[in-house]
Design a protein around this ligand. Structure first.
Ligand code: TRP
Length: 350
């Protein structure tokens, strides 16, 4: 069994433990602010965060702005992406009185434990990390120090607030595993401070874009949560489907048709097969109309709330300021503990 399958198989037990005692868990999760959040993010992670927050789990969401430059050479547009993400979080139901939303760059102290953490892993372990390997293979670039140490800075993101539950997609699971190793080695060497966080893999299937490939901004197949109804209709209209009138769900043979079916099904809370049956032999035009309506109906409330929030730019920034302050307080406390355990708390200047 691979580690993803293993993580999946632990989920029922984990869900039961969360339901029994939500207060025993602290979630740290987040994403890189590389653009507008889309339906893939919504079904993959955001909905899940709102669910866990509502169960009473203490929730932290990091906008990992420094991680933007793991695989690109520019940090242009990061501020816009951060602002847009905060609006989507709030519109989707993340409640800033229960969930701490913050940006990595605004919590400098979070990074300091990365130095002792780096001493606890070897170069070989970092090179073995499947995500680092995959990213390296997919790009023409030389391996940067930032990409090589990806799991270590992610460990710092998680451990600074003693997060013990980390909802992640499949490709971030190896980082959580290395975070556990780092926590364990730190605790063994210096005395126990850190939990060994558990990865939590979401229920949602990977969300295809409207063309059937993985939904991704870079493929131009994403439906951003912040699109208008007309922009959504345009994006769906532009999908290249096929001329076969009878609509069937066949992700291999008919990726675009199947991508639309999956999108509609998620928004309608049904299955792609059922949507296909509903369309029958009325062809792609009918499928596109149905999908557009399904997405637009599904997002109506989200968009209404988002526009309302956007009308006062201070709202998003105030939420972020409060989140950053809370994260800084926690980071200071944790760093003090780290230094104390390591015998380095002398003449603190604060
Ligand atoms: N690497 C994650 C992504 O690509 C974002 C992230 C940064 C994260 N720090 C994290 C996720 C800590 C979970 C926990 O989306």
């Amino acid at each position: 069994m691979d580690s993803f399958a293993a993580a999946r198989s632990r989920m029922p037990d984990l869900e039961a433990r969360i339901a029994a005692n939500p207060g025993a868990f602290r979630i740290l999760t987040g994403e890189r602010p590389t653009g507008r959040l889309h339906l893939g993010h919504y079904f993959g992670t955001i909905r899940e965060r709102v669910r866990l927050q509502t169960l009473g789990v203490d929730t932290f969401v990091i906008l990992a702005d420094y991680q933007v430059i793991t695989d690109r050479d520019t940090s242009a547009n990061v501020a816009d992406s951060v602002d847009s993400a905060v609006l989507d979080y709030l519109a989707a139901g993340l409640d800033p009185t229960r969930t701490t939303i913050f940006t990595h760059s605004a919590v400098p102290v979070l990074n300091q434990p990365m130095l002792p953490f780096l001493s606890l892993v070897t170069e070989a372990e970092l090179r073995r990390n499947p995500t680092v390997k995959a990213e390296l293979a997919a790009s023409e670039r030389a391996l940067s120090g930032l990409l090589l140490t990806y799991p270590v800075h992610q460990a710092a993101d998680i451990l600074f607030c003693k997060g013990n539950l980390v909802p992640v997609g499949k490709d971030n699971l190896p980082h959580v595993e290395l975070t556990r190793t780092i926590a364990r080695r730190f605790n063994d060497r210096y005395g126990r401070i850190f939990p060994e966080p558990e990865g939590m893999v979401t229920h949602a299937p990977e969300i295809p874009g409207v063309d059937g490939r993985k939904m991704s901004k870079s493929y131009g197949n994403a439906i951003a949560l912040s699109m208008t109804a007309d922009e959504t209709a345009d994006a769906i209209r532009r999908t290249r489907t096929d001329a076969e009138r009878t609509i069937t769900y066949d992700p291999e043979g008919r990726p675009a048709v199947s991508g639309l079916l999956s999108t509609a099904a998620l928004c309608l809370g049904t299955t792609p097969g059922q949507v296909a049956d509903q369309i029958g032999d009325r062809g792609s035009r009918a499928l596109k109309t149905l999908t557009t309506d399904a997405v637009n109906d599904f997002l109506t409330e989200h968009r209404r709330r988002r526009i309302e929030l956007e009308s006062d730019p201070r709202i998003a920034w105030d939420v972020l300021r409060a989140g950053n302050e809370a994260a800084n307080r926690i980071a200071n406390t944790t760093l003090a503990e780290v230094r104390d355990r390591m015998g380095m708390s002398y003449a603190n200047v604060r």
